[in-house]
Design a protein around this ligand. Sequence first.
Ligand code: AP5
Ligand code: MG
Length: 192
Amino acid sequence: MIGIIFGPPGSGKGTQAARLQEDLGIHHLSTGAILRGEVARGTALGKEVGRIMAAGDLVPDDLIVDVVRARLPEAERGVGALLDGFPRTVAQAQALDRMLADEGHRLSFIVALDVPEEDLEARLLHRAQVEGRTDDTREVIAERMHEYHKLTKAVLDHYREQGVRIDTIDGTGTPDEVFERIRAAVRGISSG
Ligand code: AP5
Ligand code: MG
């Protein structure tokens, strides 16, 4: 099973994917978390992407596609993989489709989190105080939202055209409430 957890910055992708990993055993693959790890370790990749991420821009497609290609086979083992933060452009989606087709696989489902924009900013500004993520400033959040609307939203249309199942989930309320909604939707998928 290969799924995508989709949504704008702050919609709860990471929060919910971690819970789904615990609940279903599906492997949570977050490109943002991988890149932040590279930046923290000061690797060559980290040095290349650090400034781009700090500005709230997207890193180049070929670079992130290589990151996913290197990790997908391992992540797909067992129950499968839940992609968080990837694909973020139509070009990335096309690259993913080719990767999966090469293995005789295809995307199983998309869970799209729907949260009003004003809640997103409030959540991220709150996280800035708790976790100190450097891209959680008002200015950088605005740039991340801009990139989402300009490039990432179109990924949903790409998969809608392909007939991939997309469950839009109300992402407001407590994390527990959101999780129950997602679980109900995903349960429907695994039972066909
Ligand atoms: P990435 O790490 O993917 O960041 P993002 O998409 O901006 O999303 P966030 O991680 O901020 O939010 P989330 O939806 O995971 O929400 P969370 O659960 O944390 O990407 C970061 C950067 O990496 C990009 O800007 C780009 O530079 C680069 N990058 C990564 N992938 C890339 C790609 N494929 N291509 C190119 N560049 C790429 O929740 C947010 C906060 O809200 C938390 O504090 C949480 O505790 C809280 N919260 C969660 N749920 C609730 C709730 N129900 N109620 C109240 N608060 C809640
Ligand atoms: Mg996240």
